[in-house]
Design a protein around this ligand. Structure first.
Ligand SMILES: *[C@@H]1O[C@H](CO)[C@@H](O)[C@H](O)[C@H]1NC(C)=O
Ligand SMILES: *[C@@H]1O[C@H](CO)[C@@H](O)[C@H](O)[C@H]1NC(C)=O
Ligand SMILES: *[C@@H]1O[C@H](CO)[C@@H](O)[C@H](O)[C@H]1NC(C)=O
Length: 353
């Protein structure tokens, strides 16, 4: 495809700013209405969460540790089970989640793998650098590459598994640091080039919140309103909610709320979207060379399944498995099916190595 002429790029940039202003205003009005309707007391209600919920400390998931990264002034919290002689399976979570989004996979794969799930920078107990630029996707990808290089000595690669924002980061790791990724598993996020190529009006409308998040301060307020009531919309209500709602029960939900109750996490997590908007990089549309498995829950309220189809052509060795009756939160919504697809893919003889 020929590169877009300069005027198209300028029009696109202007269009984005217009959309950010439009949805920023709309979101702000909506937040104010929410404040008026629920009343100040309810809107500003905060619940203290000084300790992680008991379910997060279950030894079935392994141990909680901290890792100081070598390439930055960042320390990540992670949960790990297994030993260094087992192959590493590294999980990268999305928004608004944390390591615990992988609990079903950690339980299942810890028999054969050293399973490690990180809290990305900004989340929970991990470091929260203060500027928007600290959340550029290249830096998030470098964090993941550091984790692999620091946890695995000798042959330094892993099975990398990413969902939502973790999938954006994982695609980027695969492009920038292919040596650390043996096999790549992506859940419900297109290859960045496929997102751009498939950008339609309908898709932009589904992605409205990305434009709202460009507004300073208000999105954080909205997120925290009424003890983070937004989670009910995100996990339990159409169009985003789980099909199998019981798979994130009230105790599980507390783990996500605990993460976002850490000072600075809502801002840091929203800064991911702000940094993405400001630094779109053309080189992040390279083809991906290691074996890739894309798993896609088709009842995703934010991302259409044509984006999954569109991702295939950016990978040289790829399988796409669609799960019809599953939401965006696919690895929690249909854990058994996701685990089966992952296991089958991992048991195949790799063709490219
Ligand atoms: C590194 O991080 C620590 C803790 O977050 C902070 O106190 C310190 O100022 C940072 N140093 C640099 C060089 O950014
Ligand atoms: C999205 O990508 C698919 C596969 O490449 C293509 O068939 C479809 O027409 C694209 N849709 C849009 C809206 O660009
Ligand atoms: C999807 O799954 C839910 C819950 O398991 C079930 O009630 C519903 O009938 C399913 N829908 C379809 C279209 O299969």
């Amino acid at each position: 495809m020929a590169p877009a002429p300069a005027y198209v790029k300028i029009l696109l940039a202007v269009g984005q700013i217009v959309l950010a202003l439009f949805y920023g205003t709309l979101g702000t009005v909506f937040t104010l209405l929410h404040l008026v309707r629920s009343g100040r007391e309810k809107f500003f209600r905060r619940v203290e969460r000084p300790k992680p919920p008991q379910v997060a400390l279950d030894p079935i998931y392994g141990e909680h540790k901290m890792l100081k990264l070598k390439s930055s002034n960042v320390t990540l919290h992670y949960v790990s089970k297994g030993t260094s002689d087992q192959p590493l399976m590294l999980f990268v979570h999305g928004f608004p989640e944390c390591w615990y989004a992988w609990r079903y996979q950690m339980k299942y794969f810890s028999k054969n793998y050293r399973v490690v799930a990180i809290d990305q920078r900004g989340y929970g107990l991990s470091s929260k650098p203060s500027s928007i630029g600290d959340y550029k996707v290249e830096l998030l990808a470098r964090d993941v590459a550091d984790v692999v290089e620091q946890l695995v000595s000798g042959y330094q690669s892993c099975v990398l598994v990413g969902h939502d924002w973790g999938a954006i980061v994982s695609w980027t790791v695969a492009m920038l640091y292919p040596a650390v990724v043996d096999k790549l598993i992506i859940l419900n996020v297109p290859h960045p080039a496929a997102y751009q190529a498939n950008l339609s009006f309908a898709q932009l409308r589904k992605s409205w919140y990305i434009f709202f998040y460009q507004t300073p301060f208000i999105p954080e307020l909205f997120f925290q309103a009424n003890d983070m009531n937004i989670f009910n919309g995100v996990f339990y209500t159409k169009p985003m909610g789980l099909i199998n709602k019981g798979n994130i029960n009230s105790e599980d939900l507390e783990v996500f709320k605990y993460t976002f109750a850490q000072k600075g996490t809502p801002r840091a997590a929203i800064n991911y979207y702000r940094a993405l908007f400001r630094n779109q990089k053309a080189e992040l549309s390279k083809p991906v060379t290691m074996p890739v498995l894309i798993i896609w829950g088709c009842e995703d309220g934010a991302l259409g399944e044509e984006l999954a189809d569109g991702s295939v052509k950016y990978c040289s060795d790829v399988q796409l498995k669609k799960i019809r009756n599953a939401s965006h939160w696919v690895q929690q919504d249909e854990p058994d099916e996701v685990n089966r697809y992952m296991e089958a893919f991992l048991n195949e003889k790799s063709t490219s190595k």
